[in-house]
Write a protein that binds this ligand. Structure first.
Ligand SMILES: *[C@@H]1O[C@H](CO)[C@@H](O)[C@H](O)[C@H]1NC(C)=O
Ligand SMILES: *[C@@H]1O[C@H](CO)[C@@H](O)[C@H](O)[C@H]1NC(C)=O
Ligand SMILES: *[C@@H]1O[C@H](CO)[C@@H](O)[C@H](O)[C@H]1NC(C)=O
Length: 374
């Protein structure tokens, strides 16, 4: 087993996180920070995705030129350098960072002669409107609704496949994402944002969904054979008594699982509205975890251990028994007040300028990959 130990002094910086992400990306090539998306060659396709989750639009050639047209405004392409969260990747794809619903539109990949290779019509559905339900709590997804615009349009949820179970060998949970589509009789369904673009109408039913259920699968192969990163010394802030932990590579598009001192944290507990001792961030699919107790937290992506978060020594030695402490709604307001606060997880720095870095790959038998950090 290889471990990448990132140990630090005080507080974190997003650049450091980026560096860590880059290091981890090379160590864990299967998982990237963004989700790759592709459409058939030379054919226009409709896609529904979620806002706030990075995607990489693929194009089969490398010497590309991309055009983006919002569906309003006559469909004229906008200058891509004026859209701050979009940039071309060196491989020719288009990277959309933290997409907003306003990134909804037509994306065309052209070759150097200006011929279209692929085009995407993408609806980035508003993640802040996500409707989450848990089957085992008897919660029901949204129902179909007729719009009565002119063609008896039906708004409904088109479900993606169930993701893998987030745990194995013991009870886990799996989720699937559902996107809002509109269908007219005898027509192909179209993602809601693309259908209604420019219509300037508000319908409460127009929202994406997430459904969770309990699952149980056996374990196959090595579970903890991978590299994982240890974040030492996270601290609960004095003001809120909480800390926000971020699991690298976790995303709403992947199975994510958290444990606190080896006890699983579940969506079932959280969505049941009971008192919970931690809060998984719904809109990131559990990438972020808000904690109120010093404990050892671990996160798994695709059933693989990715990171461990150790509390500071002073706090971990405190005689705090592990116990539920806060209601979700209270925590939410705390969260809002703290939006701008510095992350209290400790992350590494580079070059020893701001903090000292300790990279200590400890290697054993399972995986041949070795992390080399100079
Ligand atoms: C896009 O904008 C940039 C800077 O604002 C400019 O340099 C470039 O020429 C523009 N491209 C097109 C195709 O208009
Ligand atoms: C909802 O609408 C979709 C699309 O028309 C249809 O396939 C589905 O069967 C409907 N579901 C229900 C419960 O009526
Ligand atoms: C459309 O009409 C049906 C039946 O007339 C009604 O039940 C439904 O609420 C209407 N939908 C909207 C969005 O107004």
């Amino acid at each position: 087993m290889c471990r990448l130990v990132a140990s630090t002094q005080p507080s974190s910086q997003s650049t450091m996180l980026t560096i860590l992400w880059t290091l981890l990306s090379s160590a864990l090539p299967v998982l990237g920070p963004h989700t790759p998306v592709s459409c058939p060659k030379a054919k226009e396709c409709f896609l529904a995705l979620l806002s706030s989750h990075d995607v990489l639009l693929e194009c089969t050639i490398s010497d590309t030129n991309w055009l983006f047209s919002r569906l309003s405004g006559g469909g004229k392409p906008v200058n891509l350098s004026s859209v701050s969260n979009i940039r071309k990747s060196p491989e020719g794809g288009l990277h959309i960072h933290n997409p907003l619903p306003s990134n909804t539109g037509l994306y065309q990949c052209l070759d150097k002669y200006g011929t279209q290779v692929t085009s995407y019509k993408i609806d980035f559905q508003d993640i802040t409107k996500l409707h989450a339900t848990h089957t085992n709590l008897g919660q029901k997804p949204l129902m179909n609704e007729t719009l009565n615009l002119s063609h008896r349009e039906v708004v409904y949820t088109q479900w993606g496949p169930w993701q893998r179970c987030n745990n194995c060998g013991r009870q886990g949970e799996r989720k699937r994402l559902g996107y809002c589509y509109i269908k007219e009789p005898l027509e192909e369904p179209v993602p809601c944002g693309l259908y209604l673009w420019g219509a300037n109408m508000f319908y409460a039913r127009i929202r994406p969904e997430m459904q969770v259920e309990i699952c149980f699968v056996g374990c196959q192969g090595h579970l903890t054979g991978g590299d994982y990163v240890i974040f030492d010394n996270f601290k609960l802030t004095e003001e809120s008594g909480s800390a926000r932990l971020t699991c690298p590579f976790a995303s709403i598009y992947r199975p994510v699982h958290w444990e606190a001192d080896n006890s699983p944290l579940t969506w079932q507990d959280q969505l049941s509205g009971q008192t919970v001792s931690t809060i998984m961030d719904l809109h990131s699919g559990g990438q972020h975890l808000k904690v109120f107790q010093p404990a050892t937290y671990r996160c798994f992506v695709e059933q693989e251990l990715i990171a461990q978060f150790n509390p500071t020594e002073r706090q971990s030695k405190a005689q705090n028994p592990w116990q539920p402490r806060i209601q979700p709604d209270k925590a939410d307001s705390v969260l809002r007040r703290l939006k701008l606060m510095v992350l209290s997880i400790s992350v590494l720095a580079v070059g020893g300028l701001l903090c000292k870095v300790v990279f200590r790959p400890v290697c054993g038998k399972k995986r041949s990959q070795v992390l080399l950090v100079k």
